[in-house]
Write a protein that binds this ligand. Structure first.
Ligand SMILES: Nc1nc2c(c(=O)[nH]1)N[C@H]1C(S)=C(S)[C@@H](COP(=O)(O)OP(=O)(O)OC[C@H]3O[C@@H](n4cnc5c(=O)[nH]c(N)nc54)[C@H](O)[C@@H]3O)O[C@H]1N2
Ligand SMILES: Nc1nc2c(c(=O)[nH]1)N[C@H]1C(S)=C(S)[C@@H](COP(=O)(O)OP(=O)(O)OC[C@H]3O[C@@H](n4cnc5c(=O)[nH]c(N)nc54)[C@H](O)[C@@H]3O)O[C@H]1N2
Ligand SMILES: [Mo]
Length: 775
């Protein structure tokens, strides 16, 4: 076997690996030698790269094939599939696309296709799909992300941009040197730091956190889960009620105001509208002073903890970290806005180690110190369709064509959808209230999916186009969020008839007479060279030196130089607000936004406010437990749920559910029990883990288990999105609100077996596939 450094490389959102390949098969993935804290998630693919969960040929749902578009859409997820050839499927799809666009217009095609797909600059499934659809006249698209849609709409009103400040969080080196107190709303979950979108070279979060401890920085974990901060950091744990962070921040702000600890000079110079916010804080406008006592009744953190935290924050260099999860709850616009307001009152924004940061360790890149590479990408072309949805409004789009919706100051209408195409995302993973989505899913005439494995999305499609995994293609991992650029080698040949997404679309484009427009006369290797060379040109203009393409390919990777000056968020603004104004109407931080106020939204007024979420422990009646469905430690979303790393974490074969000992005792439950989680919207099973390190009244179940419904809609494996509510954060952001969810839990007797990882019934019409030896 070759020395490790000579083995070919591949990259993923969770890390870079070298591959041991034998007889054309990937046997092992060895972490990249420069990754000082590799993630085990990478091993997840090894036992599922082949085998029964892999999709081997194009497939068509039987009723669709027999009866045409729209036939028995109620049988999606139940019908058997028929194997067809690429030639047949390309003709079927071309005919159907022409029917839809000629009769209903291109806006009847929904190509929003949200999701993470795989790392790799060229084989990015969404870019491939969107370019193809743009070549045939466009599609209804989606705006923003599930990660933090509420902030993507809100924060530009406050800071002028969201992404700019997300990408320039003050780096760990500066925190180590200057910060004295780190206050983390939603903690700093190391489990999430395993990931960065587009590829990860070296994991920095553990080292960054260890440095905080070594520097003796006080850390406060404000979260229902103790595990949101590493035990070795010895953080103080304030186990607030979920979704009450804004109330707690207001209590802190009121204490600062009451005790003369507010930095008025900072507010006067750098912010706009504190005068509108203050009467709300003091209760002048609504008769409710937002005192620490008031906050304590809502968040159930003791008043003294709130007041002493406020004094500590004012007395020392304080960094406020606000987890992205706080945007994925009802009124998810408010926590970031209020955290910025609180940081402004402390007056430390733009100083080294002070101010605020959006979610340290929400991903590996937050707190890094990187040269941001102006990377070129595969061009998607222009979309001639104007219709779009805020990304999490997918069920509304399908259920309510013609209905209007509010969004960020404007009113829009949902178009009618006839065809849905997903490539590189999984709505049966990411969307809320899956029983509602199942109703919506019956509406379109045709659902096409590019997938590599028989997950719930593939099982619920009409036409499935089998795609390759990154191990089966050459690519470049290159993202502005990681300093390593990695040459991804093709390690093994495509499985059975699987094709790269690009080749899938090129085949259909040929059938529709737009092959040249789609491919630009290039193959995948040509495109990768073009993308790389364009990046080298742009980098040169920005003073960044990169190796030429052939040198890069032969060495396999390179690392961009660390910038000489460490990143301090909003440093330039702080040093000269007139020369470096923010892109807001006032040029300053908008604690009050006239623009937002003028929208006239009852659920998002002109300054940050506490509003009760639609579901929280303060209104728990029938449903006494708040369910946190956070990101899984052992995988990325639903990817490799069927792989060995994820399966090893299962309890009694189900997704683990963490519950406080008192809540378990009250229900007569024991460790390892199979339990049923339920509310008005749905039910799923889970395997019980009793743990005192969770707030009483809160339960936690990670996302990611493949949706596995029985005939009643009960998910047998444990997908929490059968329980979550499908409501937008507010009229402003319309973001998803998975983290506002009440349920109850009971013992499950006679649990049905899990079938999530079994392929559907397949009627073979093609010659038997080549016999292959599975490991
Ligand atoms: N309850 C609850 N729900 C949530 C959240 C939560 O906190 N709680 N979080 C939300 C968040 S932040 C997010 S970002 C979403 C994530 O939701 P998604 O990004 O949709 O989840 P993934 O499982 O990553 O979906 C990626 C899909 O792409 C497929 N894929 C991988 N590589 C390729 C490829 O090369 N080509 C093609 N065609 N397909 C490929 C994978 O098999 C997988 O099915 O979930 C959201 N949902
Ligand atoms: N291993 C792994 N890492 C990932 C991902 C993955 O799937 N797997 N997904 C990636 C993606 S797409 C994203 S967007 C990021 C998301 O990053 P986050 O949004 O930070 O992810 P979560 O794990 O949902 O939430 C973090 C913690 O917030 C706490 N929390 C939830 N609600 C509240 C609340 O109301 N108040 C307070 N104070 N705390 C609360 C929960 O205890 C939870 O553990 O993670 C990324 N990292
Ligand atoms: Mo996300």
């Amino acid at each position: 076997m070759a020395a490790s450094q000579d083995l070919p490389l591949t990259s993923s959102h969770w890390g870079t690996y070298r591959a041991q390949v034998r007889d054309g098969e990937v046997e092992n993935l060895v972490p990249f030698e420069h990754d000082t804290d590799p993630s085990p998630i990478g091993q997840g693919i090894l036992n599922v790269q082949h085998g029964p969960t892999r999709i081997d040929t194009p497939m068509v749902r039987k009723s669709w094939l027999d009866g045409g578009p729209g036939c028995r859409t109620d049988l999606r997820g139940k019908d058997p599939f028929v194997q067809v050839s690429w030639e047949t499927v390309n003709t079927l799809i071309a005919t159907e696309l022409n029917r839809v666009r000629n009769n209903f217009g291109n806006q009847a095609i929904y190509g929003g296709s949200y999701g993470w797909a795989s790392a790799g600059r060229f084989h990015h499934a969404q870019s491939q799909l969107k370019r193809f659809l743009n070549c045939i006249g466009g599609f209804t698209w989606s705006k923003f992300t599930y990660s933090f849609a509420a902030a993507e709409a809100m924060i530009p009103h406050v800071l002028g941009s969201f992404r700019t400040y997300l990408d320039t969080s003050t780096c760990y080196d500066v925190l180590h040197e200057h910060t004295k107190l780190m206050v983390c709303f939603g903690g700093m979950p190391l489990k999430n730091g395993q990931i960065s979108q587009g590829g990860t070279g070296c994991h920095i979060q553990h080292g960054g956190m260890a440095g905080l401890a070594a520097a003796g920085i006080d850390i406060v974990n404000i979260s229902p889960l103790k595990s949101d901060l590493l035990d070795d950091l010895d953080a103080k744990w304030l186990a607030l009620r979920p979704n009450t962070d804004v109330a707690m921040m207001l209590g802190i702000a009121h204490t600062l105001h009451n005790e003369g600890l507010v930095d008025r000079a900072f507010l006067d110079t750098f912010t706009e509208g504190y005068g509108h916010f203050l009467p709300y804080l003091t209760g002048q406008t609504d008769g409710i002073p937002k005192t620490a006592e008031w906050a304590a009744t809502i968040c159930e953190v003791p008043t003294t903890s709130i007041t002493s935290l406020a004094r500590h924050m004012a007395a020392t260099r304080t960094m406020i970290s606000v987890s992205w999860s706080l945007t994925r709850q009802d009124h998810g616009e408010q926590p970031f806005w209020m955290a910025i307001t609180l940081a402004a009152m402390l007056g430390q924004i733009g100083l080294p180690g002070g101010g605020f940061g959006f979610g340290y360790s929400a991903m590996n890149y937050i707190g890094g110190n990187y040269t941001i590479i102006p990377g070129a990408s595969f061009p998607q072309g222009d979309n001639r369709v104007e219709a779009f949805i805020p990304v999490a409004r997918i069920s509304d789009l399908l259920l309510h064509p013609g209905k209007t919706f509010d969004f960020n100051g404007q009113r829009h209408t949902y178009p009618e959808t006839k065809l849905v195409w997903w490539a590189g995302g999984n709505p049966f993973h990411h969307h809320q209230d899956l029983n509602r989505m199942m109703q919506a899913w019956q509406k379109p005439d045709t659902i096409i999916v590019n997938e590599w494995c028989w997950n719930s999305l593939a099982k619920h499609a009409d036409i499935i186009l089998p795609c390759t995994t990154p191990l089966e293609r050459t690519d470049i991992a290159m993202t502005s969020r990681d300093p390593y650029v990695v040459s991804m080698s093709q390690l093994t040949k495509p499985y059975e008839q699987a094709r790269n997404d690009h080749d899938i679309f090129a085949g259909i484009a040929r059938e529709m007479g737009v092959a040249d427009a789609f491919t630009g006369g290039r193959n995948d290797h040509d495109w990768q060279r073009v993308i790389y060379d364009q990046t080298v040109g742009r980098a040169e203009d920005a003073g960044i030196k990169m190796p030429d393409y052939d040198t890069f390919r032969s060495k396999g990777w390179f690392k961009l130089q660390t910038p000489p000056k460490p990143t301090v968020m909003l440093e330039a603004f702080r040093s000269d607000p007139h020369a470096n104004p923010l892109a807001t109407p006032s040029g300053r931080i908008e604690i009050f936004s006239q623009t937002v106020s003028d929208f006239g939204y009852d659920d998002c007024p002109g300054h940050p406010v506490w509003q009760e979420p639609y579901e929280w422990l303060g209104n728990a009646g029938t449903w006494p437990l708040h369910m946190i469905s956070n990101q899984p430690k052992d995988k990325l979303h639903s990817q490799f749920d069927h792989g060995q790393v994820s399966k090893a974490k299962r309890i009694s074969g189900r997704e683990p559910l963490t519950m406080h000992p008192k809540d378990a005792a009250a229900r007569g439950l024991n460790n390892g029990n199979i339990v049923r989680l339920f509310n008005d919207r749905g039910a799923c099973l889970a395997g019980l883990v009793i743990d005192p390190a969770i707030r009483q009244g809160v339960v936690q179940i990670s996302t990611g288990a493949w949706y596995d419904p029985d005939e009643t809609g009960l998910c047998k494996l444990g997908n929490p999105n059968v329980l979550t509510c499908d409501k937008g954060t507010s009229k402003l952001g319309q973001g998803p609100t998975a983290h506002s969810c009440l349920i109850d839990v009971e013992l499950c007797v006679n649990a049905p077996p899990v079938t999530a990882h079994q392929p559907p019934q397949i009627l073979q019409s093609l010659p038997p596939k080549a016999t292959r030896v599975h490991k």
